[in-house]
Ligand binder design. Structure first.
Ligand code: G6P
Length: 500
């Protein structure tokens, strides 16, 4: 890992191409057919938005729905500004045929690769790799090829300063290999924003698919991960799946030699731009929401969680832990409010719709069981209101982040930075963030509901000075690697001879 930005690391030194499925902007179509742009969501977009604003950078992304397609078609060459202005220069949005996109994004990326890396399968029933999957996999290749071809084209002439392509996440795991074949002159990085599955789980994938994903990533000169654990799992998969004859895994030098091409392996733990976040959280819209939320809490302790409605986030067990807290520690009855903000995600997938329904069902049961005329124990909101989330961070006494498995989890990092009084963090040991925040958080096994309930109890009881001390130290760790530095490190790794 590089020590930080230095000469030769910035986009100023040559063309930088970013590629990800979700881009910095997406569109809505009104009933009158008018398009309006909104900011893309999720950790990946937050991380990259800070660095995409450079004249040498171009962000290649997919049109995610009909409104995006309409915007991409209206813009010459699919070119948009980062804010969605047609004809801008920061974004190229690919209009991939809807069936191909649906199979690649929903069936392969989100229902297969995401499930494998987060270990989400109910294995007696899923996965089921039959003939439908072969078709879906073929579409995944086509979708990856569309990105590789667009990147090859956008790279421009080979002469001149180095051209670097930074390819993001599991959706695009085949792109590095495909792009390297098309443009051997382009320096390629891949970054995984998810965990990586251990070999025993990874090998559920059909053999040729498991190989192709690894070979795809190994087409890159540098492969980055959010924490050491996921990097190690990747190396373990290379050794187990590609075999000692195929892949030479050198753990000391952190590299894999596959068929004569060397890929450097790096750990780049994405953090938060604390200054930017704090100033956004001081804006009037956030202050207004903080007032409303403080009124709802009415001086009671506030336990907060903020997630996408995402299976891996473990919202149901989190609510079950809160119920158990109220049962086993009745001294908290009437003295605490749990605020759960879960913004909608991936609702094309039935598992996600069912999961959201279970979250709502359990929340209803808790309110029914414990609520009184003057105390609402649980506020669950399933919608997206960014300023309201920032307001809640400021007021929280306890932040609950209990994913089954998570690449990093930026909520765990944002909370301590924004909390006015210093919040206690209850954190899953299976989140990548645990590597950096574990010492000052209360770590939990995400499957242990009783253990999580006890951790919530301990967090609520923590003394003010102790909470403050821990929150300060959490905030320091959370802002150690702001997105600009995280990105600069990946570019710098591409410039080091060992990684070429
Ligand atoms: C995770 C993934 C990102 C993804 C985000 C939101 O953070 O690593 O690649 O963009 O979730 O998910 P979505 O499917 O809505 O893009």
């Amino acid at each position: 890992m590089g020590a930080g930005p230095a000469s030769g690391e910035g986009p100023a030194d040559g063309r930088v191409l970013i590629a990800s499925n979700r881009g910095p902007v997406s569109f809505r179509l009104s009933d009158e057919g008018r398009l309006s742009a909104t900011r893309g969501g999720g950790g990946l977009v937050s991380g990259l938005s800070a660095v995409a604003n450079h004249p040498n950078a171009l962000w290649v992304c997919a049109a995610l729905g009909e409104a995006d397609r309409a915007a991409a078609r209206r813009a010459p060459g699919g070119r948009l500004g980062l804010d969605g202005t047609p004809g801008g220069s920061g974004v190229r949005m690919l209009d991939i045929p809807p069936t191909v996109f649906h199979r690649a994004y929903n069936s392969v990326a989100n229902s297969t690769l995401w499930f494998v890396h987060h270990m989400l399968y109910d294995t007696p029933n899923q996965p089921h790799f039959g003939s439908a999957f072969s078709r879906e996999w073929e579409s995944f290749r086509t979708y990856n090829r569309a990105f590789a071809e667009a990147l090859a084209e956008e790279a421009g002439p080979a002469a001149g300063p180095p051209i670097r392509a930074v390819v993001q996440d599991y959706h695009l795991s085949l792109v590095p290999r495909m792009l390297a074949d098309l443009r051997p002159d382009v320096r390629i990085a891949h970054f995984a924003h998810t965990p990586w599955a251990p070999p025993a789980y990874y090998r559920m994938l059909p053999d040729e698919v498991g190989r192709e994903v690894l070979e795809g990533v190994l087409g890159a000169d540098h492969a980055g991960f959010l924490c050491q654990r996921w990097a190690d799992a990747f190396l373990d998969c290379c050794a187990a799946v590609l075999g000692p004859e195929g892949a030479r895994v050198d753990r000391e030098r952190r590299q894999v030699d596959y068929q004569g091409h060397v890929t450097g392996i790096g750990v780049h733990p994405l953090g938060v731009d604390a200054g930017g976040l704090v100033s956004r959280a001081a804006a009037p819209d956030v202050r207004a929401r903080a007032v409303a939320l403080a009124e709802a809490a009415a001086g009671r302790k506030l336990i907060l969680r903020i997630d996408r409605t995402e299976l891996s986030k473990n919202i149901v067990r989190g609510l079950a832990a809160y119920r158990e807290l109220l049962t086993t520690h009745p001294e908290w009855l009437g003295r605490v409010v749990h605020v759960a903000f879960a913004y909608p995600s991936r609702h094309d997938l039935p598992e996600y719709r069912e999961y959201t329904a279970s979250v709502q069902r359990l929340a209803g049961e808790i309110s029914e069981e414990f609520g009184t005329e003057d105390w609402n124990p649980l506020i669950l909101q399933v919608d997206d209101d960014y300023p309201r989330s920032l307001a809640a961070y400021r007021l929280a006494d306890v932040l609950l982040v209990n994913p089954i498995r998570d690449g990093m989890n930026l909520v765990a990092k944002e909370g301590p930075i924004l909390s006015d009084r210093g919040c206690a963090l209850v954190l899953s040991r299976e989140a990548g963030a645990a590597a950096e925040l574990g010492a000052d958080a209360l770590l939990v096994n995400p499957f242990d509901v009783s253990g999580t309930a006890e951790a919530l109890h301990a967090a609520l009881q923590m003394t003010e000075p102790e909470r403050k001390r821990r929150a300060e130290s959490l905030a320091r760790a959370a802002s150690a690697m702001p997105p600009t530095r995280w990105f600069a490190e990946q570019l710098a790794a591409l410039d080091r001879p060992g990684d070429r």
